[in-house]
Ligand binder design. Structure first.
Ligand code: IMP
Ligand code: MG
Length: 175
C-alpha cells in the first residue's frame, strides 16, 4: 500500500454493495416513462457513475460536467466555474446529479441553481460520500452512500493532487 494511505474506510465489496442499493432505490423512485438524464461530475464521480448506472433498471441518458475543484490543495476555494458544460439538451427532463463527495456543498449549490434555471422537470442529487459536518450552505441530498467524518479521503475516482483515483477502495490519507 502507498505510504500516504492511512486507513481503508470502505472496501471494494462494501462500495459495490452500497452502489447496488443506491441503484435499486433510484430505479424504484422514478417512473418508467420519466425521461432521466444522469449527470456525472468529472473527474471524481466517473467511477461511481460507471458502476451506478449499471445498477439502474430503466432507460436513462448520461452526460458529464466538469467544474473547478480544489486543485492540488485539500481546502475548498469556494469559487465554482463550469469547465465543461452538458452536451445533451435537458429542458423538460428529470436530472440526477452524481457526485463523488459533498464537503462544503458549495460546488453543488452552484450547480443545482444553474441547472434549475434551465427549465428542467426535477432535480435530485446522489453522492457516494457526504461530510455533513463541513457543510457551508443548505443542500438537499436525495441519495447518500456513506456519511464520513472530516477526513481527506481518496480512491474509487477520488484524488489527492490527481493521484489515487484508481484505488478500488476508499481510504483516508495522511495529511
Ligand atoms: P464542496 O464544494 O466543498 O462540497 O466540494 C466538493 C468537491 O471537493 C468534491 O467533488 C471533491 O472533488 C472535492 N473533495 C471534497 N472532499 C474531498 C476529499 O476528502 N478528498 C478528495 N476530494 C474532496
Ligand atoms: Mg468532485
Amino acid at each position: 500500500m502507498d505510504k500516504n494511505i492511512d486507513a481503508v474506510l470502505f472496501s471494494k465489496e462494501e462500495i459495490s454493495q452500497k452502489v447496488k442499493e443506491l441503484g435499486k432505490q433510484i430505479s424504484k423512485d422514478y417512473n418508467e416513462n420519466d425521461e432521466l438524464v444522469i449527470i456525472g461530475i468529472l473527474k471524481g464521480a466517473s467511477i461511481f457513475m460507471a458502476d451506478l448506472i449499471r445498477e439502474i433498471d430503466m432507460s436513462v441518458n448520461i452526460d458529464f460536467m466538469a467544474v473547478s475543484s480544489y486543485g492540488n490543495s485539500t481546502q475548498s476555494s469556494g469559487t465554482v466555474k463550469i469547465i465543461k458544460d452538458l452536451d445533451l439538451e435537458i429542458e423538460g427532463k428529470h436530472i440526477l446529479i452524481v457526485e463523488d463527495i459533498i464537503d462544503t456543498g458549495l460546488t453543488l449549490k452552484y450547480l443545482t441553481n444553474n441547472l434549475k434555471s434551465r427549465k428542467i422537470k426535477g432535480l435530485k442529487i446522489c453522492t457516494l460520500l457526504d461530510k455533513p459536518k463541513r457543510r457551508k450552505c443548505d443542500l438537499d441530498i436525495d441519495y447518500i452512500g456513506f456519511e464520513i467524518p472530516d477526513r481527506f479521503i481518496v480512491g474509487y475516482g477520488i484524488d489527492y493532487a490527481e493521484k489515487y483515483r484508481n484505488l478500488p477502495y476508499i481510504a483516508s490519507i495522511k495529511e
